[in-house]
Design a protein around this ligand. Sequence first.
Ligand code: CA
Length: 513
Amino acid sequence: MKMKKLFALLAAVAMLASVCVGCTEKEEISAGTASGSLVISEKPLELKAFINSSKDDDGQWGVFKEAFKMTNINVVPTISKSNSSFGEAFNLMIASGNIPDIVLSYNVAQFCELAMEGAFVPLNEYFDDELKDFAAFLKENPDIEKEIKAYDGNIYYIPFIPGGVLSSGWFVRQDWLDKVGMEAPTNAEEMYEVLTAFKTQDPNGNGKADEVPYWGTTTEQISPLFPLWNARHGFYLENGKVKFGQMEKEYPDAIRNIIKWYKEGLIDEEVLTRASSARDKMLQDNIGGMTHDWFGSTALFNDTLKDKIPGFKFIPMAAPNGIEICQRPVAAKQGWGVSAGSEHLEESLRFINFFFTEEGNRLINYGVEGVHYDMVDGKPAFKPELLAQPDFKKQLTDFGIQLDIGYKQDYEYEKQWLNEIALEGLDMYEKGNWLVEPLPGNLAIQLTPEETTEYNTLRNRVTTYSNEMFQKWILGAEDFDTTYDTFKKQIKKLGYDDLITLMQKAYDRYNGK
Ligand code: CA
């Protein structure tokens, strides 16, 4: 019903828009220079894309300027840099009915739902021609196809496909371990001893008990601790069954220990509220002992702090208890697709396909040959003088390299800027084989629109209440043992059984059962 209104609006807006688009094309685009097999449009053509603008004055990304030279398609970002929330801007855009040719989403379940109502085209209908490079990629990567295929059998978006499997792991101050005469902990008991030693033996040597033995960031917080007691926090998968950690029998023992650790000051007292800058503070102030975080960026602190903190050594340690719950999804919950109302449907499709050609993929991953990288032994390698600059990553980001769009990230890209410590950590985790079977990140696209509505309501209810209770237990506002039974009853009342049934249904569909 909503969409009918939307299309009435859309039709009205489209008539107005077509006049304007015609003008800007002539005004802003000079004669095309593109030639060769990558050319999409004979004449230069401007398309609109619902993505964030760059910080440059013209709002255009360097990678898109380069893509224009190759394809004759000038894709203009439509979200101004002043927009605060992408999600809000997305909803406003949909409500306005003025949908740009190409649209990025960070919520592909919502995107697929809108697509099923007619807002975006099924990409699979264009696999033989406009999207043939993307289609060829999927043919070689059936696991990704499985992950992005909606319940109706269509594919509506091209996802961001992360390179590599590992994302984050455990890090510990090795120089502190040396000071307290201990080794990296391998289980809950040993970790308790190490964290206690960090708390009580003044490993930073300033005479104050200011050490924060374990801290977490906004996204990871305390969850990585639960596997120490074979428990989980939140939804997860075990032997093909969808489960919710808080309702499983392993949970009470785990959370009792975590509450104890928190009370004893072994866990950052602001762990639930500290923003993503926690890592900067804990390491720069020389007070943090252990965390669970991204390999690449965390290992970099060894370079930036080596002069400031003598002996500073923050290195990856093996996953305690041999369980690692964090990994990159096969395909992210973000991606882009094409508006069904686009007047340049074919060109829009060919443009999103461009990033699956060899040239397009290299452009989005590495930038411009001779400027950002050179070809070495047939492979792109960032220029050493660029890698040596402290703001190397920022320079790439500002240009739009590895921009948030639908493409396959080249794992080699990341390996080139990782330092030795990060590479050793990744190697250790690869060999350790500690990853658990992941719950597919895009499970909601396996549900019908009606099921999705129910799923969103139930999941919101269950997680809101369980997060609230979790905070109270950790902070000591409610006693865990006297409230846990009531908690379980309340979760059931909120529709827990229906929620798990829906999620299991989605997972079984994903598996083609
Ligand atoms: Ca101290």
